[in-house]
Ligand binder design. Structure first.
Ligand code: FAD
Length: 118
């Protein structure tokens, strides 16, 4: 999962679940996009609408945050491949990559993944 609204909401909703969560994002911060225009107009600084993901989830014991760009997902072997070459095995995967990067879904489709979209 990723550190936008979707990924963070999913992580927080699973706070009390008996699972180990790994949140992978290419940025180490959550960007509150609805306030971007206030940064553009100078009402807020960039730091006021971006929170470090580690801080947001610091009290959630079943969650860890990793910095990395996801390049590929293999639903058959259940692995996520990150740009630095690392590979992470998963039991269940939540993809919340926003509207800009839908490569992950294409990868899943290409590999015959079983996708449920919300
Ligand atoms: C200017 C602006 C104003 C908005 N105002 C509103 C509003 O008033 N109300 C409202 O409901 N919505 C608003 N939205 C829309 C809202 O911000 C989005 O709908 C929401 O952010 C989508 O959440 P998401 O989790 O799907 O994606 P995002 O919040 O975009 O999160 C996606 C995350 O995935 C990460 N990611 C993407 N690809 C990769 C990859 N390959 N590897 C690793 N990490 C990756 C990104 O770094 C990001 O953290 C606004 C958007 C903008 C741009």
């Amino acid at each position: 999962m990723r550190g936008g609204f979707g990924g963070l909401s999913a992580a927080q909703a699973l706070k009390s679940a008996p699972v180990d969560l790994t949140l992978i994002d290419r940025n180490n911060y959550h960007l509150f996009q609805p306030l971007l225009y206030q940064v553009a107009t100078g009402s807020l600084s960039a730091g006021e609408i971006a929170a470090p993901l580690c801080s947001v989830l610091s009290r959630q014991k079943n969650a860890r945050v990793l910095l990395g760009t996801v390049l590929d997902i293999d639903p058959l072997s259940k692995h996520v491949l990150v740009a630095d070459g690392a590979s992470f095995e998963y039991d269940w995967l939540i993809v919340a990559a926003g509207s800009h990067d839908s490569r992950a879904l294409y990868c899943l489709r290409a590999n015959g993944g079983n996708i449920h979209c919300l």
